[in-house]
Design a protein around this ligand. Structure first.
Ligand SMILES: NC(=O)c1ccc[n+]([C@@H]2O[C@H](COP(=O)([O-])OP(=O)(O)OC[C@H]3O[C@@H](n4cnc5c(N)ncnc54)[C@H](OP(=O)(O)O)[C@@H]3O)[C@@H](O)[C@H]2O)c1
Length: 285
């Protein structure tokens, strides 16, 4: 079976990691809330991901709450030495499961403690500051929140700072004060507004983890061009979308999410798929 390594590698957190990762957001129950649909399958997905060579797992304490992190710890501890866990801080959930930005100093610190406790780590390898607003959120500016992240890194609670849902200006602002380990913004076959950030990441050699790589594009929901291309290779539209992403940039590190082993295996198989120039041009168009 194709291994994630077939996607090639990129440098993240001082390691050469396969350019195909896994996003844990689909592990909790419906609406990214509560227990998984099938706990055994959720654990199997995580173990199979590592077996298939995946070494980047994206998660957040507010997936669940704590559900994705708890499953990761249950399935994978002791963690392989070369596994890079990527968490994010900046969001939170209300009791009705609705999402809200939580970027105050106290909220970011509390979220980090929660990641450490549930994942069973002393320090998180990469933590994205997940920004959910414009200039400021409840009076907290991006610079303020970044300041807390720098403090958390200085305290050893996090090893590297990444960014999520940021503008090009925010990326530049962060690069002026710190190394940026990775960027995770929305990007997919039909959602390319973030191309300038992707291009900047490519110029800096910063891994780019597109979120909603399948659902923000037509990969899963069905798109004529993607279906046409997929049909030519005898693969699914989701696989064609992953292959397109991988060929789009050498820093691209898709993290497709799934709660099913069969979909995980299908997604990893796409690491070895190469679309020809004509099909890339069709999807680029
Ligand atoms: N930084 C951020 O702000 C942010 C925001 C959103 C997401 N993320 C991260 O990005 C990851 C990816 O995003 P995502 O999980 O929302 O979206 P996605 O990867 O675009 O799509 C996931 C959806 O597609 C389905 N799917 C997966 N593989 C499939 C396949 N081969 N065939 C058919 N359906 C398939 C999944 O359902 P099944 O479970 O049924 O397979 C799920 O409903 C998340 O898991 C999360 O870790 C980060």
């Amino acid at each position: 079976m194709t291994d994630a390594l077939a996607a090639g590698t990129v440098r993240l957190a001082d390691r050469n990691v396969p350019r195909l990762g896994y996003g844990a957001m689909r592990l909790p129950g419906p609406g990214v809330w509560g227990p998984p649909r099938d706990r055994d399958e959720a654990l199997a997905v995580l173990r199979r991901a590592v077996e298939l060579g995946i070494r980047v797992i994206d998660t957040a304490w507010y997936y669940g709450d704590d559900v994705a992190n708890e499953l990761i710890a249950a399935a994978l501890r002791p963690y392989p030495d070369d596994l890079v866990l990527v968490t994010k801080l900046g969001g939170a959930r209300r009791p009705d499961a609705s999402w809200y930005p939580a970027v105050s100093d106290a909220e970011l610190r509390a979220g980090c403690e929660r990641d450490l406790r549930v994942l069973g780590l002393d320090s998180v390898p990469v933590v994205h500051l997940r920004w959910m607003g414009g200039e400021s959120v409840d009076g907290v500016t991006f610079a303020d929140a970044l300041g807390t992240m720098l403090d958390l890194r200085a305290a050893g609670k996090i090893q590297r700072i990444g960014l999520s849902n940021v503008t090009l200006e925010q990326l530049e602002q962060a690069l002026a004060v710190t190394e940026v380990a990775s960027v995770s913004n929305q990007y997919g076959p039909t959602m390319r507004d973030d191309q300038p950030v992707l291009d900047r990441c490519a110029a800096e050699g910063i891994p780019y983890l597109p979120f909603f790589p399948l659902v923000s594009g037509p990969g899963v929901s069905g798109d004529d061009r993607l279906a046409e291309v997929a049909g030519r290779y005898g693969v699914s539209p989701a696989q064609a979308a992953i292959a397109w992403l991988l060929q789009r940039s050498p820093v691209m590190l898709p993290i497709p999410g799934t709660s099913r082993v069969a979909h995980l295996e299908e997604n990893v198989a796409a690491a070895g798929l190469r679309l020809d120039d004509k099909d890339l041009a069709l999807l680029d168009g």
